[in-house]
Design a protein around this ligand. Sequence first.
Ligand code: FMN
Length: 224
Amino acid sequence: MRNILRIDTSAQQERSLTRALGDIFEDRWQSLRPEDPWQRHDLALDPPVHVGSAWIAAAFTPEDRRSADQQDLLSASDRMIGELAAADLIVITVPMYNYGPPSTLKAWIDNVVRKDRTFSFDLTRGDWPLEPVLSGKELVVLTACGEFGFGPGGPRDGMDHLLPHLDTVRHYLGAETMHVVRIEYQEFGDDRHRTSLKAARDEAGALAGRLAARTRPSLQGEAR
Ligand SMILES: Cc1cc2nc3c(=O)[nH]c(=O)nc-3n(C[C@H](O)[C@H](O)[C@H](O)COP(=O)(O)O)c2cc1C
């Protein structure tokens, strides 16, 4: 059995392209592996709190010295880390907002990337004191943007702060590989968008098929 955690982030429900890609991926997966359990967290309906000073103080207080209020303050983070830790596959559906992630996804990341839970910190490691605690997961990112050409050599090369961020932070989610399916040109609504949409829908289903067919997660050759 493989546990899947699906995180939806679009502020839109009905008209969301990224949620629709998530549904294609999920439907294909469930047709092949109906026994696999799915946990879902819709960040638009259930947004994580932004971390504040009391939250940070609680997170950096050793667990056995936390007050009841501090434990309470971290309880939602504990729950989200529990969902993450249980997952073999993380599926994030995410639009580009202002060249980065929606703030709800950033808040989720700030809640789950936590000292002594998802990373350890040790200055005897020199210039790289952080190490991930979790491992062996894969990350699937199903994304959409209004513009186009964010890839290497494209007209907006260097303007994408969504995928590079997820690719960096995925280590602390325990994801050794990241797979991306992206819809472009949404704001143009022209043939380029329709072509991109069809290719992304096909790829979301095909990716689910390839990953679901594996008996074990984390085959490096599939990642891009
Ligand atoms: C608040 C907001 C900010 C956006 N910022 C960008 C952007 O910086 N670059 C871009 O290419 N598209 C941007 N878009 C377009 C969305 O990425 C695009 O509409 C995408 O399809 C939204 O995902 P969804 O259909 O799942 O809601 C933005 C849309 C919204 C609503």
